[in-house]
Design a binder for this molecule. Structure first.
Ligand SMILES: NC(=O)c1ccc[n+]([C@@H]2O[C@H](COP(=O)([O-])OP(=O)(O)OC[C@H]3O[C@@H](n4cnc5c(N)ncnc54)[C@H](OP(=O)(O)O)[C@@H]3O)[C@@H](O)[C@H]2O)c1
Length: 315
């Protein structure tokens, strides 16, 4: 049944109040939905710190945002490559030195549909390494600051979690035997969701108040596929993005901005567009299929992720 909490138009940025004094960290905010999320938050006077892999693209994004909102706009970036654990560690260190308060950490960055198996410097399949392990470590390193700030964590997932094998291939996490772009991307997004839901359980058990929300942007015209997808996927996506089946990157940012700011949302949920096939339309609470919070799988994934990243959350 459609979620009518926010009326027939669903959640829109008109619901945003003045965000002066609030700080939002967004990974991958130089492009796509992350950039649009930064715009929506800055428009309401928030402070935004982008965590991006390219210093050059970040400088351009900062310049663009300052020319739209004024030279005093509080937007900056810290260089971080999620595909390298060492880079995540040094970025987190810099954040802890320079950002006293984190109202929300939005885990938005991702690569998708990588056509052939690539392995990160730390030895992980690239989508799992970047999308899941990178964010797992980042969230862990920044957790105390988020907790002190009474902040929240937002995980940007994908409807892709419903595709592929719908579980974690623990016996071959790098897909050495059966690599295929879409199932492997799907698994990395499912892993991000399982991380979020398992974190909710652990925080609940530990009596900690940090909220963790999960959302997705539907089908949005961003640079995701052109950045990392293969030729065929890029061509198909390009064609599709010219049709009404694909919405704007700005609309794709609504769910993550909503999850970073709105009060009274449900944690064990998946927020996103609720229109046709949940790829577009009014933003609200969508369908969440139970394989995303299969307790045995998500608990095991947590242990595997702590071992892989060499980081223990202590929860
Ligand atoms: N667009 C869709 O239809 C769609 C559908 C479902 C889910 N999503 C999810 O939505 C989120 C936003 O993606 P988008 O569609 O806005 O894609 P996008 O336009 O490609 O933006 C992705 C951002 O992530 C950054 N990034 C990639 N690899 C990185 C790394 N190793 N370290 C740090 N940053 C990195 C990119 O940086 P560069 O600019 O340097 O590449 C870019 O800033 C992702 O989590 C994606 O999985 C998107």
């Amino acid at each position: 049944m459609a979620d009518t909490t926010f009326g027939p138009q669903g959640w829109t940025p008109e619901r945003l109040e003045n965000l002066a004094g609030k700080t939002f960290l967004i990974t991958g905010a130089n492009a796509g939905a992350g950039f649009q999320a930064a715009r929506l938050l800055l428009k309401k006077n928030a402070k935004v710190v982008m965590l991006n892999r390219s210093a050059e693209k970040s400088a351009t994004a900062v310049q663009e945002l300052k020319s739209e909102f004024g030279a005093d706009t509080d937007v900056s970036f810290v260089r971080m490559d999620l595909s390298e654990l060492a880079s995540v560690r040094s970025a987190a260190e810099e954040v802890l030195k320079t950002v006293p308060k984190i109202d929300a950490l939005i885990c938005n960055a991702a690569i998708a549909q990588v056509p052939t198996q690539k392995i990160t410097v730390d030895g992980f399949e690239s989508q799992l390494g970047t999308n899941h392990y990178g964010h797992f470590l980042l969230c862990g390193l920044l957790f105390n600051r988020i907790e002190q700030s009474q902040g929240r964590i937002v995980v940007v997932a994908s409807l892709g979690y419903n595709m592929g094998i719908k579980t974690i291939q623990f016996d071959d996490m790098n897909w050495d035997e059966n690599y295929s772009a879409n199932p492997v991307y799907s698994q990395s997004k499912l892993a991000q969701m399982m991380f979020a839901y398992e974190l909710q359980d652990k925080l609940d058990a530990a009596g900690k108040a940090v909220q963790v929300y999960v959302c997705h942007p539907g089908a949005s015209a961003t640079s995701l596929i052109s950045t990392s997808g293969g030729l065929m996927t890029r061509s198909l996506w390009w064609l599709m993005s010219k049709t009404p089946l694909v919405q704007s990157a700005e609309k794709g940012a609504y769910p993550e901005v909503m999850c970073a700011t709105e009060n009274g949302l449900d944690q064990r949920a998946l927020y996103g567009p609720t229109g046709r096939m949940q790829t577009g339309g009014p933003v609200g609470k969508g369908t969440l299929n139970p394989h995303a919070y299969d307790k045995n799988v998500m608990a095991k994934l947590w242990t595997v992720s702590e071992q892989a990243t060499g980081f223990e959350w202590g929860l």
